[in-house]
Design a protein around this ligand. Structure first.
Ligand SMILES: C[S@@+](CC[C@H](N)C(=O)[O-])C[C@H]1O[C@@H](n2cnc3c(N)ncnc32)[C@H](O)[C@@H]1O
Length: 279
């Protein structure tokens, strides 16, 4: 993966391939799952895009996120992977505490290549790959402990090739989901906010996603379910969240662990994650 992202779903695509019904994951029939065909692939909360990267959709994809710097990065990666690779590597070679804060302070770059390379450099060297901005919209995450970036030029090019049939857009989830049509596949991975804890609100950006958004999202997905869109939602395993996706409305509930093993969290709760699926 080129990016580190809070809430990234590599663990899901590694340990639970079958839930996507993709041919690759279902070479051997698993739990009676059959592979599905879909038209457009839609991801309204893209982040580091682990699921898009895993599925490698053949048809058109609509990839969206509210984070404008993230979307600028993807658009540049699609257009000029070599340029982005070279520029990012230059940053990586110059990396030091002083250099990090100097690049971080460049909040008003105009050139798309410089913006995209700054974004990737800061993402890979900041604390835990967190994206957080201040009230003025300026990235303000401190430097992290280590730098572990060894992506090759080939990896940049392969990602760019993968993005060939995608429309990458900076917009709110409401607009993206609204455009989904019967026969499309949507993978939905919102920030994990609950009724009593809206703190992942902080983790991505200044505006955006709270408990009311969770409720609105579920309502929109109920509507799209009725219209015949294939939907998979990742979320936090919380009783109020689960009530937003009623089984009687066609939602299957699958509680999952990040690792494909039984483990308990501090409260003795077994599964921290849940998936809601309508197919
Ligand atoms: C849990 S992350 C997605 C992680 C992704 N699945 C991955 O594998 O890296 C949630 C994403 O939602 C985005 N987001 C937050 N509020 C949003 C909104 N209102 N509309 C669209 N995207 C939003 C954040 O910028 C963040 O990238």
């Amino acid at each position: 993966m080129l990016l580190k992202w809070a809430g990234g779903k590599s663990w899901l695509t590694s340990n639970y391939k079958y839930i996507f019904h993709s041919k690759d994951s279902l070479k051997k029939s698993f739990k009676g799952y059959k592979s599905i065909k879909y038209n457009n692939y839609i991801e309204p909360f893209l982040g580091a895009g682990a699921v898009f990267k895993y599925l490698q959709p053949k048809n058109k994809s609509i990839l969206a996120d509210i984070n404008s710097e993230l979307i600028c990065f993807y658009n540049f990666l699609k257009q000029d992977p070599e340029g982005l690779y070279l520029h990012t590597n230059k940053h990586m070679q110059n990396h030091s505490e002083k250099y990090y804060y100097m690049i971080r302070s460049k909040h008003t770059l105009k050139d798309s290549l410089e913006k995209a390379a700054r974004f990737l450099y800061l993402n890979r060297t900041c604390y835990n790959g967190i994206y957080r901005v201040n009230k003025a919209g300026e990235f303000n995450v401190p430097i992290g402990d280590s730098i572990s970036f060894n992506a090759s030029e080939e990896e940049f090019k392969a990602y760019s090739e993968l993005l060939k049939n995608s429309h990458i857009v900076n917009q709110d989830f409401r607009k993206t989901i609204n455009d989904a049509k019967k026969g499309d596949l949507i993978y939905v991975d919102p920030p994990y906010v609950t009724k009593s804890n809206e703190s992942s609100f902080d983790m991505y950006s200044a505006h955006q996603f709270n408990w009311n958004s969770q409720k609105e999202l579920a309502k929109m997905l109920d509507q799209k379910n009725q219209e015949g869109v294939n939907i998979i939602v990742s979320n936090i395993n919380d009783k109020n969240v689960a009530r937003l996706y009623l089984k009687k409305n066609g939602w299957d509930h699958l509680a999952l662990n990040r690792a494909n093993v039984m483990s308990y969290n501090a409260e003795g709760k077994k599964y921290k994650e849940i998936l809601f699926k309508n197919f």
